[in-house]
Design a binder for this molecule. Structure first.
Ligand code: ATR
Length: 269
């Protein structure tokens, strides 16, 4: 009997997770299937408990449920620090994990970017930023967080012993690695960017977690000065791959997963 996996979100119809995980299951010839489920906030608890009762293999949790889901699934210590989960396993009760930061870490290390003792500037202080900041802190990065709402940046920075500030005070030239975790530049506002080429130099790594469009204005600006660029597809693939490791204890075919996501995104234009 097929084992069913899925993502719960609201909205969820544009999720690339079904295409990505199906590509993995097919490549590995696993008798598993993956679907998107549109669940309203009031139904989150019954949906998660129902998924367990139905014998589903596991779930991904996406916007706007990632924080609320920590009250339903018991989070591991990283997910608890972050305050959000994106993965649920049912193998030992209902357990919650957050693989977003790990996805970002793998996106960086796959491009041979070293993290330890490097100056990392994180733009934004929302859920995605929290996952990335806690994960990179564990890898020995020096973290600076710049956010539109300064108080959120200083609060997050305090949690990891980093520096927090408003966007207007940031000094991007001082960073080795710059990571955009805000939706600035995301479709349909594709001409927006928090930094231009004047702020970036060729020794830097610029990583944008936005994946629609794949090449954001920020990445175009970075490329124009010869900086190393990493796009958001990489993080999407690696957070998904880590979910599969948790559910299935297998090594996911990330190259096939990435191909499926890139081709779906190209088809959407
Ligand atoms: P996610 O879960 O994707 O991280 P989020 O928790 O809503 O989403 O966080 C979005 C982040 O992007 C926040 O840091 C937000 O800044 P505020 O804390 O000031 O709200 C930031 N952000 C969103 N739109 C922005 C914009 N137009 N300019 C700058 N920052 C923006």
């Amino acid at each position: 009997m097929k084992i069913i996996y899925g993502v719960i979100g609201d909205p969820v119809e544009h999720s690339l997770s079904p295409i990505m995980h199906q590509a993995s299951f097919e490549t590995l010839d696993l008798d598993c299937t993956y679907h998107a489920f549109h669940v309203k906030p009031d139904d989150l608890e019954s949906a998660i408990k129902g998924a367990e009762a139905l014998g589903m293999g596991g779930l991904n949790i996406t916007i706007p449920h990632k924080e609320q889901a920590t009250r339903i699934a018991s989070p591991d210590s990283l997910a608890e620090s972050i305050g959000a989960i994106n993965t649920i396993s049912f193998s030992e009760g209902i357990r919650g994990y957050n693989t977003d930061g790990y996805g970002a870490l793998r996106a960086l290390t796959e491009s041979n970017v070293k993290i330890k003792n490097r100056e990392v500037l994180v733009l934004g202080a929302g859920g995605a930023a929290r996952a990335i900041v806690f994960t990179l802190d564990g890898e020995g990065a020096y973290l600076t967080i710049a956010n539109r709402t300064k108080g959120k940046a200083t609060k997050l920075a305090r949690e990891v012993g980093g520096i927090g500030m408003g966007l207007e005070d940031m000094r991007p030239q001082d960073a080795d690695i710059i990571i955009n975790t805000t939706p600035v530049g995301m479709h349909p506002n594709t001409n927006e960017t928090l930094l231009t080429r004047a702020d970036i130099n060729s020794d830097q790594v610029v990583f944008d977690i936005v994946y629609n469009p794949i090449q954001t204005r920020l990445l175009r600006e970075a490329e124009a000065v010869g900086a190393t660029t990493i796009d958001g597809v990489k993080m999407l693939v690696h957070q998904g791959a880590e979910s599969e490791r948790i559910w299935l204890d297998i090594e996911p075919p990330t190259i096939e997963m990435e191909k499926a996501v890139r081709s779906a995104l190209r088809g959407r234009k």
